[in-house]
Design a protein around this ligand. Structure first.
Ligand code: ARG
Length: 423
């Protein structure tokens, strides 16, 4: 037996790995096990999974419906940050981890456990997110990661489950590793590991078969207040319901499929596929609204910070001063992000086709090419004159210095700053 532990709270999904982990932890560490299942909007039968936990030897099985806090505390900041890791992945799995960690730590306190456990492998990002999160929020807790520690593959796990008389729910053999929540569905492994080959249709569940994608486009209008999506086609909706509805609508049109070679925290590149219909549609709409209402300099500072925000979340750095500081900046930028954006969904693509806002900085009287324009064109010439001044000077000086150097000439008086001839 390894180190003796007293009581372990196990983050439990009901899948094979975490089912087998219950007796395994008891055997290895002589500890009691309480399971914790956190509902972050994954589909499937959680009730049955939770029943099985106690039948399989857990002392207790805790359950938290965290959809609401997942949406408001984690997905909203991600929308405001237009968060896409490496420009494409809306961080669906990554965003749920710090929330699950928070509940894991709270459950450990509730049942007076000395240890928490998770079912992550030793190659992925999720182990980093769990471990770093727990070590930050509750450094006194031990962490056990059975799948990282044991040497079992799937057939071994099934055998182990049989030997221990476990009630398991072995789905038809699937070669894929799947993770799901409100913000998306990620699928990796199996034939997807060959990055050169198209993902087979069987990996997609939220986006239907291309044969079923409607042959007519559908426009959806998303209303925002202070960066928060608040309505769909004019109907006010709480965030969880809005995301669920958009997952269904955009998913029906095949929107949100992502096929990506991704850089993991541990240094590996891996081929990942995702289905994130609502996330992709909402971020696209939010970006379009920001383009309309944010001043140019705010946008240019915000964009690289968004990328940094996404990298922090991807790398498990949710509970950090930098992530919080960036979120505070981003929050401040959202005051005027209010209005409506229309997105056209069609055959796997989402495209913004309209936007409006009371805070719009698109002033028609300035931008129009019609006679009604109030833009002072006569001021443009002087503006450009000064705008180009510094580089005009640099250009001339560089060439003078080079030719003086080449000709070996002594000191030559610099020519005056070149003035463009005005028309
Ligand atoms: N690569 C993604 C991430 O690190 C998704 C990982 C999801 N895990 C899974 N078992 N499919 O956030």
């Amino acid at each position: 037996m390894a180190q003796k532990l007293e009581h372990v709270v196990l983050a439990y999904s009901g899948g094979l790995d975490t089912s087998v982990a219950i007796p395994w932890i008891k055997e290895q560490y002589g500890a009691e096990v309480t399971t914790l299942t956190v509902d972050v909007g994954q589909e499937g039968e959680l009730g049955d999974a939770i029943d099985r936990a106690t039948r399989n030897g857990a002392k207790g099985a805790l359950f938290v419906d965290a959809k609401e806090s997942f949406a408001t505390e984690f997905l909203l900041p991600a929308i405001k940050a237009n968060a896409l890791y490496q420009g494409v992945y809306p961080l669906s799995t990554a965003l749920a981890r710090p929330l699950i960690v928070r509940h894991l730590v709270a459950a450990a306190q509730q049942v007076k456990a000395d240890t928490v456990a998770h079912g992550c492998t030793g190659k992925g990002n999720d182990q980093v997110r769990f471990d770093v999160g727990v070590q930050t929020l509750a450094p006194h807790l031990h962490i056990v990661a059975p799948v990282r520690e044991w040497n079992m593959n799937r057939p071994d796990e099934i055998l182990y489950a049989r030997e221990h008389g476990l009630a398991i729910h072995v789905k038809p053999e699937s070669p894929y590793s799947v993770d799901e929540n409100l913000w998306g569905r990620s699928v990796e492994g199996g034939c997807l590991e060959d990055a050169a080959t198209a993902p087979p249709e069987e990996v997609f569940q939220w986006t239907g078969h291309p044969d079923t994608w409607p042959s007519e486009p559908q426009d959806v209008t998303i209303g925002f207040e202070s960066g928060v999506p608040v309505s769909l086609d004019g109907k006010a909706l709480p965030l969880v319901a809005l995301i669920q509805e958009l997952n269904a609508t955009a998913g029906k049109h095949g929107v949100g499929r992502i096929d990506h070679v991704e850089d993991r925290v541990v240094g590996i590149k891996s081929r990942e596929t995702y289905e994130c219909p609502a996330a992709i549609t909402l971020i696209l709409a939010h970006q379009a609204l920001e383009a309309l209402v944010l001043p140019r300099d705010v946008r240019s500072v915000k964009t690289p910070l968004e990328q940094r925000w996404g990298e922090l979340v991807y790398g498990g750095s949710w509970y950090t001063p930098l992530r919080e500081a960036l979120s505070a900046f981003i929050e401040k930028t959202q005051e005027t992000v209010a209005g409506e954006v229309t997105v056209r969904l069609f055959q796997g693509s989402a495209r913004v086709v309209g936007r409006k806002s009371a805070y719009s900085l698109l002033a028609k009287e300035l931008a129009t090419y019609e006679r009604t324009s109030t833009f002072p064109q006569e001021a443009a010439e002087g503006f450009i004159h000064l705008y180009g001044l510094a580089n005009r000077l640099a250009y001339v000086r560089q060439r003078e210095a080079q030719s003086a150097h080449a000709g070996g000439a002594g000191e030559v008086a610099p020519s005056p700053v070149p003035e463009p001839s005005s028309s």
